[in-house]
Design a protein around this ligand. Structure first.
Ligand code: NDP
Length: 280
């Protein structure tokens, strides 16, 4: 980590998933730092409203529609950014979707294929599209949104875990590949936060999920997570777990995986029973 913060003034920041949650808050905060922000997601009306707000407040912003499962959309997003701003200094790969359900209830299309397509493959394709421009300038910072689900594997979020562990592996491998070429790569690992994410997971909330939520009702604000992401852009580092004390959970899982297995076996055993009761 650098000792002095990097000035973000006039940096071009491309943010996927900027229509709500962390992405939307990060766009506002990066703009406040003097960055030129490119807001990308599928809901163009929301991106445009945010871009207009940033412009009214004296900042610079551009709204670009993208579905990151579509490679032509990704190319268009990157080309539009380069035509308008001529460079991409920071890529915040943030778009993502989730699913909370027993794995046997995951649908093959939405909960396995689409989820991996958005969270992992889409993120990789966006990176693949932006990287040559960063390499040509021998500078750039790629910030990938994983999750605590990329640190600790848990029941009910199996597909999501697979995608976010994938993001972690990709992030670490890419950092080791491109660091000598002047490109920084960081992974972000937040715990639960209050965004629209839950509404976008689809499906019904299971009794088991209700039980987890009532026990671990720690939800950070979206703005807090976005502030930490902006901090990572100012003080680049390999990874950031948010809040900091969740590092203890991840260290415990690394050191004592069998103990964590036993704790989570207990959870699954009890809640599979609740599920059976729900069905009868
Ligand atoms: P939101 O649901 O508010 O934001 C998700 C964003 O992803 C939206 O802007 C959505 O925009 C975009 N998105 C979804 N699918 C696509 C797609 N196919 N193409 C382009 N954009 C897409 O949730 P969060 O802000 O909470 O989530 C942001 C990231 O943070 C996700 O990667 C999530 O996994 C991760 N995360 C969330 C946590 C939480 O507790 N909230 C905790 C840890 C990590 P649109 O629908 O307009 O396309």
């Amino acid at each position: 980590m650098s000792i002095f913060p990097i000035s973000l003034k006039d940096k071009v920041v491309l943010i996927t998933g900027a229509s709500s949650g962390f992405g939307e808050d990060a766009a506002r905060l990066f703009a406040r730092e003097g960055c030129r922000v490119v807001l990308a997601a599928r809901r163009l009306d929301r991106l445009q409203a945010m871009a207009d707000k940033i412009q009214r407040e004296g900042g610079e912003a551009l709204a670009v529609p993208v579905d990151i499962t579509n490679r032509a959309d990704i190319e268009n997003m990157v080309q539009t950014t380069l035509v308008v701003y001529e460079q991409i200094d920071i890529l915040f790969n943030n778009a993502g979707i989730g699913r909370v359900a027993w794995f046997e209830d995951h649908t093959p299309e939405r909960d396995i294929e689409l989820l991996i397509q958005v969270n992992l493959i889409g993120l990789m394709q966006v990176t693949r599209s932006v990287l040559p421009h960063m390499l040509a300038r021998r500078q750039g910072h790629i910030i990938n949104m994983s999750s605590m689900a990329g640190q600790i594997a848990a029941p009910l979020i199996t597909s999501y875990n697979a995608s976010k562990f994938g993001v972690r592996g990709f992030t670490d491998a890419l950092r080791r590949e491109v660091a000598p070429l002047g490109i920084k790569v960081s992974g972000i690992y937040p715990g639960p936060a209050a965004t629209e994410f839950g509404q976008h997971t689809g499906g019904s909330i299971t009794a088991a999920y209700r039980s987890v939520r009532s026990r671990f009702n720690v939800r950070m604000s979206s703005e807090y997570v976005a502030e930490r992401v902006v901090d990572v852009a100012k003080w680049p580092r390999r990874s950031l777990i948010i809040p900091w004390w969740f590092r203890l959970l991840s260290t415990f899982d690394t050191l004592f995986p069998v103990a964590v297995d036993w704790i989570l076996y207990g959870f699954s055993k009890k809640n599979h029973k609740i599920k059976q009761d729900d069905l009868t």
